[in-house]
Ligand binder design. Structure first.
Ligand code: BES
Ligand code: MN
Ligand code: ZN
Length: 507
C-alpha cells in the first residue's frame, strides 16, 4: 500500500473515494461542509432525511455526488462533537478503512486526519492514522491453503491536513507511523506463527534476515557458547526440549560511537508447556505466544532502523522451548545462574524469569544507559490489569515515567505496580539464594522482584505483556504490542540525546 499526505479542497480530489466526517446529530465536519456547498446541499439533504445520524462506528457510502470530482463519498460517523476524543478518532479511521476496502475503488482520500482531537496535534493524528490503517488491513493467512481474496484491494491512501504549513510535520509523522506499523506487523507475524515453525532457530534466522535488510548487526550464541558463559538457568529451561536454544544479540548503531546503548530484552519461549509442572490442557495452544516479548524486540529494532533513530540500541533475545522430558529440570532442582546466585526451581512453569535473569546478567557487558525487558511473564498480570494495559515495574522512577508517557502517546499503555523490597521475602528458599516462585499473592510483583535481583547494576524496567500481547477467542491473534510503546520511547530518547546539553552558567 502506498501512502501520501496532501492539503487541498475536498470537492476537487480526483480519487475513487473521498472520506468525510459527520458529527452527531447530523452535523457536517468542516471538510464535509465544503463538499456540501459545492454539491448544493446534497449531503445536508441526506442527513435531514434521516439516513445518517453521525454515531461513532457508522458510515454511509454515496455515489455520484454532484459537484464533486471523486467517484464516491464515504461519510463516517464521529459521535458528538464535544465528546470527540482519541477513541472516536480511532474508531472513525478503522471504520473508514474497512468500508474503503469493500468498495470497488483502488484508492481513498481521507479528511478525518484534519479533525481536531483534544490534546493531540497533527503529527499524532497522522501517526495514529497510519498505524490504525495497517492494523485494520492486517491478515494472517499464510498457513491457509485457500486465501480469501479481496476483490479490489486498496492500493493508495492519502491523508489530508488542513494547512499547507502542516505538510512537513505530517510527512515525518507518516514515515514514523509506517515504520512503527512495519514493526507491529513483524511482531504479529512472529507471534501468530505456531511453535512448530517459530522455533528458537527460526527466531535467529528472522533476526539475521532483519539485520541484512535493515543494516543491523546480529550475533547468535548456541548452546556451547551459553555453557561457556554459564547461563545455567537459561539452559535449565531448555533441557526438556529437542529444539536447540538460541541467544540472539542485535545492534542498531545509530548514535555516536561510544554513547551508552538502550538495551531491550525479550522473553523468547517459543512454546511454554509448563515443563514438568505441566500446564492444564485448555488454551495451552496460546502458549505459542510466549515469545511475544522477543517478537516485540525484533519489531522495535525494525522500526528503529527504518526511522534511522540516532541512538545506539541493542536487542537481546533468550530463546528456547519449555518442555517436559527425561532430562527436563525437576521441581526442587537448584541451579547456579550466570550471576552466581543460586535458584531453587519450585515450579518449572515459572520459566520466563529463568531465561531473563541470565540475559539481564549478560547485558551488563554493554554498560547500558538503561535496560527494558518485555515478557509474557505472569497469568497474575492478566488478573490484575486485564487486556487493556501492560504491567510496568522498575528500579528507576524516571525510566518508568518515560515508558508510561510513551505508552500514553502511542495508545499502547502501561501501568506501574510497586517493586518494594517487602515483597522480596516471598522468594525465600530454605536451600538456595532464592526460589523461582513467590506464592499466589502479588504474582506479577514477585516475578519482577526475582528479575530485580539480576538488574541491580543499571536503570531497569520490566513490561509484563501477558494480558496485552495477544487476543483470545474468536479474534485470536497477536496484537504487536508493545512495539508502539517502545518505538515512542526510543523516538523520545533519541530526541533528548540530540538536544544540545544545556549551557551551564559559570560561577
Ligand atoms: N507464560 C506464562 C505466563 C502466562 C500465562 C501468560 C497465561 C499469559 C497467560 C508463564 O511462563 C507462566 O507460566 N507463569 C506462571 C507463574 C507461576 C508458576 C508462578 C503463571 O502465571 O501461572
Ligand atoms: Mn510458564
Ligand atoms: Zn512462559
Amino acid at each position: 500500500m502506498e501512502f501520501s499526505i496532501k492539503s487541498g479542497s475536498p470537492e476537487k480530489q480526483r480519487t475513487a473515494c473521498v472520506v468525510l466526517g459527520v458529527f452527531e446529530p447530523r452535523k457536517l465536519s468542516a471538510a464535509a461542509a465544503i463538499v456540501d456547498a459545492a454539491a448544493q446541499q446534497y449531503l445536508g439533504d441526506i442527513l435531514r432525511r434521516g439516513d445518517m445520524e453521525g454515531k461513532s462506528g457508522t458510515s454511509l457510502l454515496l455515489h455520484g455526488v454532484p459537484g464533486v470530482e471523486a467517484d464516491r463519498v464515504l461519510l463516517v460517523g464521529l459521535g458528538k462533537e464535544r465528546e470527540f476524543r482519541e477513541k472516536e478518532y480511532r474508531t472513525a479511521l478503522s471504520t473508514a478503512v474497512r468500508q474503503l476496502n469493500e468498495t470497488g475503488g483502488f484508492d481513498g482520500t481521507i479528511y478525518l486526519t484534519e479533525l481536531p482531537v483534544k490534546k493531540r496535534d497533527v503529527a499524532w493524528r497522522v501517526r495514529q492514522a497510519a498505524m490504525i490503517v495497517q492494523d485494520a488491513l492486517y491478515r494472517f493467512d499464510r498457513l491457509k491453503s485457500k486465501k480469501e481474496e479481496v476483490r479490489r484491494p486498496l492500493r493508495k491512501l492519502t491523508f489530508c491536513v488542513a494547512r499547507r504549513n502542516e505538510l512537513p510535520i505530517a510527512e515525518q509523522a507518516l514515515a514514523q507511523g509506517l515504520a512503527i506499523a512495519a514493526g507491529v506487523e513483524l511482531a504479529k507475524d512472529l507471534g501468530n506463527l505456531p511453535g512448530n515453525i517459530c522455533t528458537p532457530g527460526y527466531l535467529a534466522e528472522q533476526a539475521a534476515q532483519l539485520a541484512k535488510s535493515h543494516g543491523l548487526t546480529v550475533d547468535v550464541l548456541d548452546r556451547p557458547d551459553m555453557e561457556k558463559l554459564r547461563m545455567n538457568t537459561l539452559l535449565s529451561v531448555a533441557r526438556g526440549s529437542h529444539e536447540p536454544p538460541k541467544f540472539i544479540v542485535m545492534r542498531h548503531a545509530g548514535g555516536v560511537a561510544g554513547a551508552k546503548p538502550v538495551v531491550l530484552v525479550g522473553k523468547g519461549i517459543t512454546f511454554d508447556s509448563g515443563g514438568i509442572s505441566l500446564k492444564p490442557g485448555p488454551e495451552m495452544d496460546e502458549m505459542k505466544f510466549d515469545m511475544c516479548g522477543a517478537a516485540s524486540v525484533l519489531g522495535t529494532m525494525k522500526a528503529a532502523a527504518q526511522m534511522s533513530l540516532p541512538l545506539n540500541l541493542i536487542g537481546v533475545i533468550p530463546a528456547t522451548e519449555n518442555m517436559p522430558g527425561g532430562s527436563a529440570t525437576k521441581p526442587g532442582d537448584i541451579i547456579t545462574s550466570m550471576s552466581g546466585q543460586t535458584v531453587e526451581i519450585l515450579n518449572t512453569d515459572a520459566e520466563g524469569r529463568l531465561i531473563l535473569c541470565d540475559a539481564l546478567t549478560y547485558v551488563e557487558r554493554f554498560d547500558p544507559e538503561c535496560v527494558v525487558d518485555i515478557a509474557t511473564l505472569t497469568g497474575a498480570c492478566v488478573i490484575a490489569l486485564g487486556h487493556v494495559t501492560s504491567g510496568l515495574l522498575a528500579n528507576n522512577d524516571g525510566l518508568a515515567r518515560e515508558l508510561i508517557e510513551a505508552g500514553y502517546e502511542a495508545h499502547d499503555r502501561a501501568w506501574q505496580l510497586p517493586l518494594w523490597d517487602d515483597y522480596q521475602e516471598q522468594l525465600k528458599s530454605n536451600f538456595a539464594d532464592m526460589a523461582n516462585i513467590g506464592g499466589r499473592p502479588a504474582g506479577s510483583i514477585t516475578a519482577a522482584c526475582f528479575l530485580a535481583r539480576f538488574a541491580e547494576k543499571y536503570a531497569w524496567a520490566h513490561l509484563d505483556i501477558a494480558g496485552t500481547a495477544w487476543r483470545s477467542g474468536k479474534e485470536k491473534g497477536a496484537t504487536g504490542r508493545p512495539v508502539p510503546l517502545l518505538s515512542h520511547f526510543l523516538i523520545e530518547r533519541a530526541r533528548a540525546a540530540a538536544k544540545p546539553a544545556p549551557k551551564r552558567r559559570r560561577g
